[in-house]
Design a protein around this ligand. Structure first.
Ligand SMILES: *Cc1c(COP(=O)(O)O)cnc(C)c1O
Length: 397
């Protein structure tokens, strides 16, 4: 049979065709009125997508560049910081803080779980300069309680800045960052915004901009103050990734179109879409006898599924690829072989989700060499879909 290449990975995610077209036809120089207009409009749209009144900065880098910029711009060597970590991306915050010589406090949770707010509160002394956390931990499929953490930071931390890696959280989780008092939130182009890798973006609070004036960690390319000055004129400090910005503009237009002309409504629809795809996938996996890796706090960005004992997740990943040209993600680090991950972030719909679940039934039959009850996963997913749609009609009525 024909096989189409399909990504089900939590970054990069499937590309929006309109974004690809916008990229391919883009040839403007960046110091022109047309490009300034595009960048200005894209930054304004990003604010609505994030749901913030804070200034937004776009960087030509992968998401980690914006994480590093948060550390270098907001801390001086020796500053005490608090890292909340429950997976490979939390560990990236820890490694960045160590690289720039912060004094580290850490709250950990086991892989697949989230933090005890009590423990976070106990570690939040007023001398903590920054708190770093993920909105969703893409290595485990867990969602963290950003609202609860923000509340603690704002009441106990006084001058502490809260920095959230929402690279897979934006577009999959309802976040009200200005209301909650999140100081920096970070996103990446290759996740919910359906664009190739290469752009990172951050929304930054006034409190955080002020902090930057006094910090002493080295920075040059990622000096956010330079970018803020340039952005006010529709420019960037160095050559921007022009064609990716054209793609991003088209993706944000798509989100607005999804919301019938309202970008905020489009963002809500995109999040709700991921929630339904995730719930369908969770129900299907369980109906097929598999366990969720983060059952108590599952993210909508992706679903991490533990593999049945005696099986290597690599065999599932390989079977998906060989049979269906579909790419699902293995576990990372110590979780490699123990779980696989199916993404719902960005450009996935009902048919994509049913397709990957139907394929999963065949993949399981092949790798376990045991009979699978065909349709069991699909039926569970369809039941979720039916229920969600009838609930939505009741709300709309
Ligand atoms: C994808 C991702 C990142 C960024 O990774 P890059 O490879 O630098 O783009 C960071 N945090 C989370 C939670 C992610 O999912």
């Amino acid at each position: 049979m024909l096989r189409k290449n399909r990504l089900f990975t939590p970054g990069p995610t499937p590309l929006l065709p309109a974004a690809q077209t916008a990229m391919a036809s883009f040839g403007l120089h960046h110091r022109t009125a047309e490009f300034r207009a595009l960048l200005t409009r894209t930054l304004a749209d990003l604010k609505e997508f994030i749901g913030t009144n804070h200034d937004v900065i776009l960087l030509a880098s992968s998401g980690t560049g914006a994480m590093e910029a948060s550390v270098t711009n907001l801390t001086s060597p020796g500053d005490k910081v608090l890292v909340l970590t429950a997976g490979k991306f939390g560990e990236r915050w820890r490694d960045l803080a160590i690289a720039y010589r912060s004094t580290l406090e850490v709250v950990t949770a086991p892989y697949g779980e989230t933090f005890s707010l009590k423990e976070v509160g106990q570690k939040l002394t007023p001398d903590i300069r920054c708190v770093y956390v993920q909105a969703t931990e893409s290595s485990t499929g867990a969602r963290h309680d950003i609202e609860g953490i923000a509340k603690l930071v704002r009441t106990r931390g006084e001058d502490s800045l809260l920095v959230v890696d929402a690279i897979t959280g934006l577009g999959t989780t309802h976040l009200d960052i200005d209301l909650w008092g999140v100081d920096v939130i970070i996103g990446g182009s290759q996740k919910a915004l359906m664009v190739p890798p290469g752009l990172a973006y951050l929304a930054i609070s006034e409190r955080a901009w002020q902090r930057m004036e006094a910090t002493r960690s080295p920075r040059y390319y990622f000096d956010l103050r330079k970018e803020r000055k340039a952005a006010a004129k529709g420019e960037s400090a160095f050559t921007p990734a022009t064609s990716l910005i054209a793609a991003l503009g088209a993706a944000l237009d798509f989100v607005r179109h999804t919301g019938h002309g309202d970008l905020v409504a489009g963002r809500v629809a995109l999040i709700d879409n991921a929630e339904v795809c995730a719930e369908m996938t969770r129900a299907a996996s369980q109906a097929l006898g598999m366990k969720l890796f983060a059952p108590a706090c599952p993210a909508a960005a992706l679903t991490a599924i533990s593999v049945p004992s005696g099986l290597d997740a690599g065999a599932i990943v390989k079977q998906f690829r060989d049979t269906f040209s579909a790419v699902v993600a293995n576990g990372q680090g110590e979780m490699k072989g123990k779980l696989f991950r199916i993404a719902h972030i960005g450009y996935y719909d009902f048919l994509d989700t049913l397709g990957v679940i139907g394929a999963l039934e065949h993949v399981l039959a092949a790798v376990t060499r045991r009979p699978v009850e065909y349709g069991a996963g699909l039926r569970a997913a369809q039941e979720v879909y039916r229920k969600k749609m009838s609930d939505a009609q009741v709300v709309g009525a």
